[in-house]
Design a protein around this ligand. Structure first.
Ligand code: FAD
Length: 232
């Protein structure tokens, strides 16, 4: 079965995400009815308010806006990293119920670009597949799946609110995050920007917000925390 690649689709989201977040923010500061609030929160006003809310760290208002993504073409290694983000809802294709005889798989780019590594990789995948198929004859799927590789493709539906997405993007757009989840985060962010530009246009890795890098080994894009505080 073939190698596969990432596909991310935004399945649904809270209607008018930017305006909904801004309306939730505005109610905190205004003695106004809901009808009055809705009139006041124009796109221009929402732009100013959202930037103020984000700068002030008033992130709870972002929880009113959620996004649901359909994701395929990621490895089980990547989905394991994804589901570490607990403030989210997940539904994942089950290896207990779905027959994985013809599983697709993900090849890491560094392995793909090295012919001898690629051969070892695909030989190993095919040998796992063979063992899995043989095991299916003598044991249930839920046990045979123990032989499947981390490279096996999975499909997952994920719902996160905007606050949790900010946290996810800050962690997973960092160059220290692994290439696969970084690609996934980039694709999810692109989808968010299409429907909620005010909320997502300035979202990036954590160092963009802080101005310095918190990782032990920086990629060099931003100064280390010590360098930053020496200068400022
Ligand atoms: C580059 C990189 C390397 C990593 N390496 C490792 C590793 O080697 N080993 C490893 O185990 N993980 C590793 N992780 C995963 C990481 O530790 C987090 O589990 C993951 O990024 C999810 O982040 P989170 O907990 O902030 O997200 P969520 O689970 O979505 O939580 C969001 C926020 O909610 C709050 N929160 C959630 N649950 C609790 C709670 N129980 N108590 C208090 N507050 C809570 C916290 O403020 C948290 O930041 C790595 C992540 C990255 C980006």
């Amino acid at each position: 079965m073939p190698e596969t690649s990432l596909k991310v689709e935004l399945l649904s989201h809270t209607p008018e995400p930017d305006l909904t977040a801004a309306t939730a923010g505005h109610i905190c500061y205004a003695n106004a009815t809901i009808d009055e609030l809705k009139k006041k929160v124009t796109p221009d006003y929402a732009k100013k308010l959202i930037s103020h809310l984000v700068e002030a760290g008033h992130f709870s208002v972002l929880e009113h806006v959620s996004f649901t993504f359909g994701i395929e073409g990621i490895s089980r290694a990547c989905s394991h990293q994804l589901v570490r983000h607990r403030i989210a809802s997940y539904s994942q294709q089950s290896q207990r119920y779905v027959d994985e005889e013809s599983f697709n798989y993900i090849v890491p780019p560094k392995i793909k670009s090295n012919p001898s590594a690629l051969k070892k990789f695909t030989d190993s995948i095919e040998s796992s597949r063979k063992a899995y198929v043989e095991m299916l004859e003598i044991s249930p799927k839920e046990d045979a799946r123990f032989l499947l590789p981390n490279a096996a493709e999975t499909r997952i539906v994920v719902t996160m609110n905007t606050r949790s997405l900010y946290n996810f993007f800050e962690h997973r757009l960092c160059t220290r995050a692994q290439w696969e989840i970084r690609q996934l985060a980039e694709a999810m962010l692109e989808e968010c920007k299409k429907v909620a530009p005010l909320l997502f246009n300035s979202v990036g890795p954590k160092c963009e917000r802080l101005g310095y890098c918190t990782e032990k080994k920086s990629c060099g894009r931003k100064p280390s925390k010590t360098e930053f505080f020496k200068k400022n």
